[in-house]
Design a protein around this ligand. Sequence first.
Ligand SMILES: NC(=O)c1ccc[n+]([C@@H]2O[C@H](COP(=O)([O-])OP(=O)(O)OC[C@H]3O[C@@H](n4cnc5c(N)ncnc54)[C@H](O)[C@@H]3O)[C@@H](O)[C@H]2O)c1
Length: 275
Amino acid sequence: MHDLTGKVAFVTGAGSVGEGWGNGKAAAVLMARQGALVFGVDISAEALESTAALLAREGIADRWHSVVCDMTVDTQVESSVLECQRHFGQIDILVNNIGGSAPGDPVSMSEEVWHQQLDLNLTTAFLACKHVLPIMEQQFEATAHGGSIVNIGSIGSMSFQVGGRVSAGYAASKAGLEAFSRSTAIAYVLKGIRVNTVVPGVMYTPLVEHRLVGQLGAADAERLIAERHASVPMGRMGDAWDVAHAVLFLASDEAGYITATQIVVDGGMTAARPS
Ligand SMILES: NC(=O)c1ccc[n+]([C@@H]2O[C@H](COP(=O)([O-])OP(=O)(O)OC[C@H]3O[C@@H](n4cnc5c(N)ncnc54)[C@H](O)[C@@H]3O)[C@@H](O)[C@H]2O)c1
């Protein structure tokens, strides 16, 4: 099941902020365990080294190659994609995992932060698709093997707030990412390329603690983390593996008839939303 032997996966944000498992790191490691050759990109060399070390410990370091890349910069994205193709010869799977939220509504958020949110959560996926789609299309024409693109959204796209925080830029960019996914999926539906979104709920990844402590201070961050656990019908936040398993499924051939849709991974949170 979900055997990725012979496939090459390009994973953005393949490290993780701080210790532990971010969604991108877990997806990269899980796909390598399933046989894929994984090309990781991240803005942090240290984060990439940590993922490389984990794969080396599992004896599968040969399934990994990485470059440092700021995914908001077109020239860097283009050269990373070309380096992946040069190193591994093909690209079958693209996981667009870069993202993060900044608090604020249209009045409290500066225009600069608004643009940063769109760049981080949406433009990164656009740029990756711009450079990867032609490669996948050529592969499909030459071999009849298409590609799978998995974007990482958020239930923030449904304006979900935990602890009363409004993140208008994040909500808009993640909603935009889902629309971008569906639109791109239909544009490429006859070219052998599937495009879907994994929509995580509130997940306990290193980024949460890292960002919240930075934004709120340790005591308030601890309170908000407790609120995040309590807000989920399952009684706890999910983790990066919950996201990674959904990514693996959508990337695999078992999901071959699935495109232009979302898998929500949220412990029941959106269904329990007060009307
Ligand atoms: N953690 C959650 O609760 C949660 C919930 C819903 C959705 N998500 C989404 O999941 C995704 C991953 O979040 P995470 O919490 O697992 O983070 P993570 O720990 O995977 O960290 C993201 C990685 O991206 C890298 N990165 C940041 N900016 C970059 C850039 N411009 N170019 C290249 N690399 C960059 C960071 O260095 C880090 O290694 C994001 O899109 C996020 O919005 C997370």
